[in-house]
Write a protein that binds this ligand. Structure first.
Ligand SMILES: [Zn+2]
Length: 85
């Protein structure tokens, strides 16, 4: 059975920014660690998804957004393309 993944990305991908794919669960956890106003501001940069879908969501974030969420401090959050397949 093929596992289905949803893909989301931050608004900077269109501008050719450098970034990585992140596990949706880590993204949601990182978002929950932010102050609520920061979380709202950040959520505006990434297309929304239902948090219940987080285990099946891959979020592409540029280095700047990942740093803001401190995801770069969490190596396990990064998904390498070959590990997704
Ligand atoms: Zn970004």
């Amino acid at each position: 059975m093929k596992q289905f993944f949803f893909e989301r990305e931050c608004v900077h991908r269109d501008k050719g920014a450098d970034g990585d794919m992140y596990n949706g669960m880590f993204f949601v956890q990182a978002l929950q660690r932010l102050q609520s106003n920061d979380a709202v501001r950040f959520a505006g940069k990434v297309s929304p998804f239902y948090w219940a879908d987080a285990p099946r969501v891959l979020v592409w974030l540029c280095r700047e957004c990942a740093a803001e969420l401190r995801l770069s401090d969490t190596p396990r959050a990064v998904l390498q393309a070959e590990r997704v397949a």
